[in-house]
Design a protein around this ligand. Sequence first.
Ligand SMILES: [Zn+2]
Ligand SMILES: [Zn+2]
Length: 394
Amino acid sequence: MNNQIEFTNEDFEEDRYSRLRLIPWWDQEKLSNAVIMVVGAGAIGNELIKNLTLLGIGKILIYDMDLIENTNLTRSVLYRAKDVGRYKAEVAAERAREINPDVHAKAFAQNIIDDVGLGVFRRMDVVLGGLDNREARLAINQSCYKVNRPWIDGAIEALNGFARVFVPKQGACYECTMTETDWMLVNKRKSCALLTHEQMNEGKIPTTPTSSSVIAGIQVQEMLKLLHADRGLPTLAGKGYVFNGLTHDSYVVEYQKKPDCMSHDIYEEIIEKQWAAKTTSIKTALEEIKRELGQRAVIDLDRDIAIKAACPCGAEKELFTPVHRLKGDMLICPACGRQMTFESTHTFHGSEPYIDKTFDEIGVPLLHIISGRAGMNIRHYEFTADADAVFQGI
Ligand SMILES: [Zn+2]
Ligand SMILES: [Zn+2]
């Protein structure tokens, strides 16, 4: 303790990361320049964010649309009793900044399936998942592959858990690992559009702060190796670390890449456009794309947009929302109360009556990437003007 007297305050400030730097391959600058997305700020997410913050990760984007409940307090080091009722993402970001002021953390109370543009994923060094459902994992996997970014999934149940690393072009992706049961559960969830968010959260999984810290620790260690890719360290790309908390046995499984997997499509070339989802209309974007690809060009979205609902009684209703976001009550006929059917599309030709709508008005998120297609010629266009809004404040 006595030797502390020799340090000045400045020495202590310089010292913050010095024990980390003792690791021969460590480059703290890679960490301070890193941009990491954490999806889910529950049991695993708390441990992920805690680790990222201690390590001095430069920018952390935290996605979670849930509010803190009393029951979260047993597994969430970042939350206090007084935080109950606040957004998990907001409190987690606040605490991250408090633990380490070098860290720029931003909260997004958004749904990862619909609300996050591909250009956001494209700007991440690594995406970390602390999720409790397959549908969100599937969405992250598809987004990460399109823009060629790695992601690391974590899952826990009671004392057990696993961590899996998915890197495009390096072995299996998340979808390759999905079994028939997984698909059945995803489809069941998709068909549950009538259920409320709370009801969908039923069938809760028992989790502990101990298993979440083990698994999140492995995830962040894998992230560190991915950030130091030039050091040639072994990673778990295409593999999973399986942890049995009853025996404390652990092992690594290698997943088989499925040749017919639908998720391996990578957007090779992405053209940055000064378009913004809230101000650029379908018409404006399509005109520009036609100038580049020819008059036959169309716009393709990576999601289906419900355009309008119709009832046998003749009543019609505009929807303009991603099909995934449709809720049962949106399809009840306002005139007669019967169930309406809806029309949806993901392709825009230019003759649509709603062509003057902005992309935001049809449910396309900020900083998204759309595709222009003329025959076999496909180009991908990013709404780059949205980047400032997404990254504002960090
Ligand atoms: Zn796959
Ligand atoms: Zn009707």
